[in-house]
Design a protein around this ligand. Sequence first.
Ligand code: FES
Length: 165
Amino acid sequence: MVDKSPLFIAGGIGIAPLRPVIEHCCDNRSSLGKVALLYGCKNASEFCFKDDLVRWQQAGIACQLTVDQPEQNWAGEVGLVTQYLTAQTVANHDQFYVCGPGVMIRFVIERLELLGVKREQIVTTLERHMKCGVGVCGHCHLDEKLVCVDGPVFHGTDLPKLTTL
Ligand code: FES
């Protein structure tokens, strides 16, 4: 029986926290529907886990890579990840895992919502500069949340306002 159809959306080193979840999908590929990764970096040299990307693709995870600007010897996509979040792409999935720079997360979530994705279908990480790390100093606050203790992984329904990212 086919279970979930996750789409992973990563920017830069934001792929790192998603990697174990993608590996889990590889290990359980037959019980999942469509699994895809949309991964953007400033340039091609910044892509992490290049061997894993090849292996994930071979395991049936559709990996779409994009760089911010055209560059020599790059055969993949060009442009921001939000550009590749189309109605058709989103319609193929029912779970959305997002990790990357704050501004990317903000615009990805806005785009997903514009395309009809519900907050409860989204899981994302958030980053803030932290000092105490235990919810005392208030340094990592975002809206009414403390990223160090309320996150750093947030379900969409628990997300603070992202307008200051
Ligand atoms: S880092 Fe101090 S409250 Fe989060």
